[in-house]
Design a protein around this ligand. Structure first.
Ligand code: MCA
Ligand code: AMP
Length: 501
């Protein structure tokens, strides 16, 4: 008998929507029943491999049906899902596998080379998980049980694992379904990575919870996305600002008649959302002029899911992230942790509610320090409220960079760069960029003459870094200096470093 507590709203969808199309990928169309069936098979396999409640199962799979079936399979077996980043080099994957103490690693065919390179207790290719007819009794889990471990970069050198429970995931999913009017007739085009909240929760899991169709592209490609808007019945699109910027560039390069057709194609959609990084007002305005859609900008974070949003109906204010979603408590506090009670005063955003994560994996001290004594999560984002709407003003830490919607730790890159023998000292900063939001830049003091010429240094370092860091972390701008700007106590002054570029 198959049995588990359907505490997670997305499970209800698997049973309720039966033969409706849930997923479309390169391989075809898959119904909700197919996910139910395949995830049972996978859960049985996990149980046969000794996966028990609370065990971490890591998986490196392309954005496709197998990913979705594996995610549900992990949950049905009582495990904690650890989706890995498809574009991370082996060293970064190894870090996540080790840090999460994954008991099992699942790999897609396209990643089969990694089997030989990542050290794990057990790893298996997804294609090798056959159909086990044994009638496994799936474990029950409660709302408070851990469900998901997502890695995020922060003010610490190495990425931290953010643990979400079934309840915290459900809270964000339910609130987005209401706020953005998700329904079973929705068809979302999915172009984002699945190891982050934006792609995994906002797009995939919301779709699965309401019986919508989620169509995956293997990789973002501006031309393909435009053609999908034109030719298919897409109703929903969600992306980071960089993607809208790339879609605009593509449109700009087309002849008038094609531009007209592309713009016309956007009429089929009912909603387009932007998030993960600040949406520049010129992008919002240009997008509105070519697509007819005023982007709905919202604010979230790996640790909290989605907290603040512009409205579905009503004013979507350019340059603002909107108002708190229902069931989320949001406050701004000044540097003395005094709550700001009036508008037009800048403070840190702090969040409370069932959407907030449970803990950083194996980091009790860091977890405790990220909350105030009275239980508010400190986001590190600074904001102001004007006429009821929140506006992000920046981050408290200069060491956090957002590039293409990815959060990057300057400290992590610095520590990796110092592994290059010719670099004596370095300071990594984010430099504003029209397309990427910010790009990674490094000022460095080098040994010898080989890296003195900036263009040569850039080529050298980019090629050296390829197997050590994900593409979005690799420095795009480099300068060499005789010494880094420091204050009287010897601390590098990052604001001065930024000015060097
Ligand atoms: C890639 N390139 C870059 C960067 N990334 N250059 C500068 N800065 C970067 N960050 C270079 C590559 O090296 C390559 O260069 C060229 O750009 C194309 O690379 P490619 O990988 O093909 O780029 P892409 O596929 O067009 O990627 C752009 C992207 C991607 C689709 C915007 O960055 C992306 O998927 N971002 C989304 C991340 C995300 O989902 N974040 C959500 C986390 P060359 O051609 O020279 O080789 S935040 C979150 O979840 C919270 C909760 C929230 O609020 O949402
Ligand atoms: P991550 O930790 O990768 O989930 O990124 C979360 C961070 O992205 C937040 O702390 C913000 O700094 C940033 N972010 C998300 N949405 C927005 C937005 N609409 N405007 C500005 N920053 C945002």
């Amino acid at each position: 008998m198959l049995f588990f507590a359907a505490m997670n709203i997305v499970f209800q969808g698997l049973q309720k929507f039966g033969f409706k199309t849930a997923i479309i990928d390169d391989g075809g169309n898959y119904s909700y029943s197919k996910i139910e069936e395949q995830s049972n098979t996978i859960a049985n396999y996990f149980s046969s491999k000794g996966i028990e409640k609370g065990d971490r199962v890591a998986f490196l799979l392309a954005a496709n049906f197998e990913f979705v079936a594996t995610l549900f399979g992990v949950w049905k077996a009582g495990g904690i899902a650890v989706p890995l980043c498809a574009i991370h080099p082996v060293s970064e994957l190894q870090y996540v596998v080790d840090d999460s103490q994954a008991k099992l690693l699942i790999l897609g065919e396209e990643f089969s080379n990694n089997v030989l390179q990542i050290n794990t207790t057990q790893s298996v290719l997804i294609s090798e998980i056959g159909h086990l007819s044994c009638d496994t009794q799936h474990r029950t889990f409660s709302a408070q049980d851990s469900a998901l471990l997502l890695y995020t970069s922060g003010t610490t050198n190495k990425p931290k694992g953010v643990v979400h429970t079934h309840e915290s995931l459900n809270t964000t999913i339910n609130s987005l379904i209401d706020a953005w009017k998700w329904s079973s007739s929705d068809h979302i085009l999915h172009v984002l990575p699945l190891h982050h909240t934006h792609g995994l929760v906002n797009k995939l899991l919301c779709a699965m919870a309401v019986g919508a169709t989620c169509e995956f592209l293997p990789k973002f490609d501006a031309e393909i996305v435009w053609n999908y808007f034109l030719e298919r019945d897409i109703t929903l699109f969600m992306a980071v600002p960089t993607i809208y910027s790339k879609l605009i560039s593509y449109w700009d390069d087309q002849l008038k008649e094609r531009q007209r057709q592309l713009s016309e194609g956007c009429k089929n959609l009912r909603l387009m959302v932007s998030g993960s990084a600040a949406l520049p007002v010129p992008i919002l305005e240009k997008w509105e002029s070519i697509s007819g859609h005023r982007l709905l900008e919202r604010y979230g974070m790996t640790e909290i899911g989605m907290a603040i949003s512009n409205p579905y109906n009503g004013e979507r204010r350019a340059g603002f992230i909107g108002k708190p979603l229902p069931k989320v408590s949001v406050r701004l506090v000044d540097e003395n942790n005094e709550v700001i009670k009036v508008e037009n005063e800048q403070g840190e955003i702090q969040i409370k509610g069932a959407l907030v994560f449970k803990e950083y994996w194996n980091k009790p001290v860091v977890t405790a320090n990220s909350f105030t004594a009275d239980g508010w999560f400190k986001t590190g984002d600074s904001a102001i409220i004007i006429n009821g709407y929140h506006k992000i003003l920046g981050r408290n830490s200069v060491d956090i960079i957002k590039s293409g919607g990815y959060k990057i730790s300057a400290l992590e890159i610095e520590s990796k760069l110092l592994g290059y023998s010719k670099i004596e000292e370095c300071a990594v900063v984010g430099i504003p960029d029209k397309e990427w939001g910010e790009v990674v830049a490094v000022a460095m003091v080098v040994r010898g003459v080989a890296l003195r010429e900036p263009q040569r240094a850039l080529e050298h370092i980019q090629s050296w870094a390829k197997d050590k860091m994900a593409p979005y972390k690799i420095p795009r701008k480099i300068i060499t200096v005789d010494e880094l700007p420091r204050n009287v106590s010897g601390k590098i002054m990052k604001k001065e470093v930024k000015k060097l570029f």
